[in-house]
Design a protein around this ligand. Structure first.
Ligand code: TXA
Ligand code: MG
Length: 326
C-alpha cells in the first residue's frame, strides 16, 4: 500500500471517504496523531491492531465531534461526565464510561467500558463530523514513541495506512488524560494535560460522593511504552548525568542529554533542549526522543519534580527509560 500525505485541510474530504470505505486514516489532534477507523466497522477496527502491531487486549479510545455523539458510544452516562465535559471538552481528556451496545467489542478489547474523547483540534472534529466517530490509538508502532508530527507517523506506518493528514506539530505533545468514571471513585488511569489537580477541583465539588482522585493502571499501562530504540536513562542529578555521559563517551559511545534546565556543567556536551515552560516540555519531549534515537546511542533525560503537566510528562519519561535511573 502506498501511503499518501496530504495537507490536513485539503485532505479532509478524501479522509472522510476512506473512513466510510472502512480504511484507516491518520489525523492530527492537539495531543498526538491518531490512527483512525470507523468505530462501528469491526473489520476496519481490526486493521488498526494489525497496522500498529498492537496487543488485542488493549482497548481503543473513541473520538467524537460533538457531545451529543457520546450517547451513540456509551450508556448510563453519569452526571459527573457532563460536569467534566463542560470544563474540559473539547480537549485533551478521554473519559471511560459504560460501553454502548453499538460499539464492537474489538474496540473495547472485550470490556464493557469505552473511553470517549472529543479533540479540540478542528481538523480531527471535522473529519469525524464528515464520517463517523473514530476508534483511534496514537499513530505509532506499538511500544514506540507517540507521534507529534506527520513525519513521525510516516517513519512508523509507511505502507500500513492509506492517508496521513498533515496538520503540523501537535500543541500539547503528550497523550490525553484518561479518567475512569465507571468506578466508585473517579480514577485517573493516565495523567495528561488535564491534570489530576484540575479534575479534583471539578469532581471534588460533588461532596456527598466524597471523591478522591488517584492514579491507577489502565490496561495499556502494563506494556512497554514510549520506548526509544536506544538505551535510555533518567538522571537524578546533573552530577549523575555527567558521570553517565562521560562513562559512555569513554566506552566509545555517543550519548545525548535531554534537558529542560540549563546547567553550566553541561556546556559543550551534546544536548537537546526541551524549552522553557512545562508546556514546552510536553510539546517537545517526543520529538526530542525521536531525533535522539536517530543520532545517538544513549539518551540521558533530566528528572523533573513538578506538579501538573510536568508530572504527566515525567510519567512518560520514566516509561521511556523502563524506569532505569542514574
Ligand atoms: O491523546 C490521546 O489519547 C491519543 C489521541 C490519538 O487521541 N490516543 C491515544 O490512544 O493515546 P492509545 O490507544 O495510544 O492509548 C489509549 C489508552 C491506553 O492506555 C488504553 O489502555 C486506555 O487508553 N483505554 C482505552 N480504553 C479504555 C477503557 N475502556 N478502560 C480503561 N482504559 C482504556
Ligand atoms: Mg499509544
Amino acid at each position: 500500500m502506498k501511503t499518501e500525505i496530504l495537507d490536513a485541510k485539503l485532505g479532509i474530504e478524501k479522509g472522510a471517504e476512506l473512513i466510510l470505505r472502512g480504511e484507516l486514516v491518520v489525523f492530527p489532534t492537539e495531543t498526538v496523531y491518531g490512527l483512525g477507523a470507523d468505530v462501528f466497522n469491526e473489520s476496519a477496527v481490526r486493521k488498526i491492531f494489525e497496522a500498529k502491531g498492537r496487543p488485542q487486549d488493549n482497548p481503543l479510545i473513541v473520538h467524537i465531534s460533538s457531545l451529543e455523539q457520546v450517547k451513540e458510544i456509551a450508556k448510563d452516562i453519569p452526571d459527573s461526565f457532563y460536569e467534566v465535559a463542560v470544563r474540559f471538552m473539547p480537549g485533551p481528556i478521554s473519559i471511560v464510561l459504560k460501553k454502548g451496545d453499538k460499539v464492537p467489542y474489538t474496540v473495547t478489547a472485550g470490556g464493557d467500558t469505552v473511553a470517549v474523547r472529543m479533540p479540540s483540534n478542528t481538523i480531527a472534529r471535522e473529519l469525524i463530523a464528515r464520517s463517523k466517530p473514530l476508534a483511534a490509538p496514537s499513530a505509532n508502532k506499538s511500544k514506540h514513541i507517540s507521534p507529534t508530527t506527520a513525519k513521525h507517523v510516516y517513519d512508523d506506518l509507511n505502507g500500513e495506512v492509506e492517508l496521513i493528514l498533515d496538520g503540523g506539530s501537535c500543541d500539547v505533545g503528550i497523550e490525553s488524560t484518561v479518567l475512569d468514571l465507571t468506578t466508585d471513585t473517579p480514577t485517573v488511569l493516565r495523567p495528561g494535560a488535564v491534570t489530576v489537580e484540575m479534575l479534583a477541583e471539578v469532581l471534588g465539588a460533588v461532596e456527598e460522593r466524597g471523591k478522591v482522585i488517584k492514579i491507577a493502571k489502565s490496561p495499556g499501562m502494563k506494556y512497554t511504552h514510549y520506548a526509544p530504540k536506544v538505551h535510555t536513562v533518567v538522571a537524578k542529578s546533573v552530577e549523575s548525568a555527567l558521570t553517565e555521559y562521560n562513562k559512555s563517551v569513554a566506552e566509545g559511545g555517543n550519548p545525548v542529554l535531554v534537558y529542560r534546565n540549563i546547567y553550566a556543567e553541561l556546556s559543550g556536551k551534546s544536548i537537546i533542549d526541551l524549552g522553557k515552560t512545562p508546556e514546552d516540555y510536553a510539546r517537545n519531549i517526543y520529538s526530542a526522543l525521536r531525533s535522539a534515537e536517530d543520532k545517538y546511542d544513549e539518551i540521558i533525560i533530566e528528572e523533573l519534580h513538578g506538579q501538573g503537566i510536568e508530572f504527566s510528562v515525567m510519567n512518560r519519561v520514566y516509561k521511556s527509560a523502563g524506569n532505569k535511573m542514574v
